[in-house]
Design a protein around this ligand. Structure first.
Ligand code: CA
Length: 439
């Protein structure tokens, strides 16, 4: 081990000054005053010299201060720390001992306090500790299992939350639409392949159930009139107006506007049951429209005429209105025609798949108000409209809120009028016919 530098330095000092030998024979003293002043280390005799001339000597060194490196300063701290740790260990030992005593008491209550001496206290305590450890470990594992089960339940609950009313409605809607389509296709098969059906059709008297106007057309009825139809045998039959002229005829009319004689600003119940005069202006009624569109796959035709005598039409190759539970939701198919696809104007104004809204029943997609109230109508409002055939009847152009009969794709309809006037329609009509009907 290499001696630190300070050690060599001290030796050098001693060597440089040399030793002053002092014979302290009590009687004589040899001194070198000069040397004594310079070197504080002295060699002196102690006691009397022996007869052989050997004298005891001693070396007296001055107090020695050695500069230790800083690291040595920590030794004191380390000692203190060790002391503290020792105290802690002692106190832990003691409490551990107490703990063992208590543990034994708990394990065997009959012994009472201070009676663990019956066994080996240390061993008993160790066993108890082991038992407790096992118990804790078991509890911890049970807790973990319970937490996992909770997590799983939470997940299932979240999934259930996702199945909200909208999803159920959409599901039921699509199932109803599918069933309607299947029933209709079976209907179609039977009428084309079943000879008895042909027999029935050739013998009008036996055609007992007329589901819609096309059935009257089939038995030879050609006048546009009111007829009684039974789209669903489980429901009552009702009167409808049949258009037997337009585009081959066989149309069941759902709605008509022609002179403003009927008020269309109505309640939910009115729109549900229907109102007006079948030979003039009317709304057939949402329940009836539902039954008609449920009984067969239907197409929709909208006829419009403005005050300039311009007549245009729109055809949709599917038209279905859900039941009241599903808020008479609208389903429309592909557009064809001359008036433009106002029911599906763009992604912001689309009446397809929208619920029916009336001034007293807000099912629209406009969060801060009721489109039906604002536009004085019952309709399948989005937020709010690109078409509204149940708007107010105006006999001419009008100003203010666009609450008149409206078809957004009508030529010039959306162009800003310098006068601020809005145009309306002289006549409007909605009617349906089975998709597979051949006039
Ligand atoms: Ca609303």
């Amino acid at each position: 081990m290499k001696l630190p530098d300070w050690c060599w330095l001290s030796s050098a000092v001693l060597a440089a000054c040399g030793l002053v030998v002092v014979a302290n024979n009590e009687t004589e003293e040899i001194r070198d005053g000069r040397a004594k002043d310079a070197c504080p280390a002295m060699l002196e005799s102690r006691g009397k010299c022996s007869s052989a001339g050997e004298c005891p000597f001693q070396v007296t060194l001055p107090p020695l201060a050695i500069q230790l490196p800083q690291e040595f300063g920590r030794i004191e701290e380390v000692f203190k720390e060790v002391q503290t740790l020792k105290e802690i260990v002692d106190s832990l030992k003691k409490s551990c001992q107490d703990c063992k005593l208590q543990a034994d008491d708990h394990r065997d209550p009959g012994h009472g306090l201070g009676s663990p001496g019956t066994g080996a206290p240390g061993e008993a305590g160790d066993n108890r500790v082991e038992e407790l450890e096992n118990e804790v470990s078991k509890l911890s594992s049970e807790l973990k299992t319970a937490k996992e089960e909770l997590d799983m339940l939470q997940g299932r609950l979240e999934k259930l939350n996702l199945v909200n009313m909208n999803n159920i409605e959409t599901y039921v809607d699509s199932k109803v639409a599918n069933l309607t389509s299947v029933v209709n296709s079976l209907d179609g098969k039977c009428s084309s392949k079943c000879p008895s059906q042909e027999l029935i059709q050739s013998q009008p008297v036996q055609h007992l159930i007329y589901k819609d106007c096309s059935d009257y057309y089939v038995i030879g009825k050609r006048s546009s009139e009111t007829y009684r139809v039974t789209p669903d045998p489980k429901n009552r039959s009702f009167e409808v107006f049949c258009d037997m002229e337009t585009m081959g005829g066989g149309w069941t009319v759902l709605q008509a506007r022609l002179d403003g004689s009927t008020n269309f600003t109505r309640t939910w119940e009115d729109y549900k049951a229907g109102f007006g005069n079948l030979r003039r202006e009317f709304w057939l009624g949402n329940d009836k429209i539902h039954l008609l569109t449920k009984s067969k796959e239907m197409i929709l035709r909208v006829d419009l005429e403005d005050f300039n005598g311009v007549k245009l039409y729109a055809l949709y190759d599917q038209f279905y209105v859900a039941n009241e539970f599903l808020k008479y939701r609208l389903h429309i198919g592909n557009y064809n025609g001359t008036a433009g696809d106002a029911l599906r104007f763009n992604k912001h104004y689309n009446h397809d798949l929208k619920f029916f809204t009336t001034p007293d029943r807000d099912n629209d997609r406009y969060p801060s108000g009721n489109c039906g109230h604002y536009y004085s109508s019952g309709w399948w409002f989005d937020a709010c409209l690109s078409a509204n055939l149940n708007g107010k009847y105006y006999h001419q152009k009008y100003k203010g809120v666009r609450n008149g009969i409206f078809w957004g794709t009508w030529p010039g309809m959306n162009e800003a009028q310098p006068t601020g006037y809005k145009s309306s329609f002289k006549e409007a009509k909605m009617m349906i016919r089975p998709k597979h009907f051949k006039p």
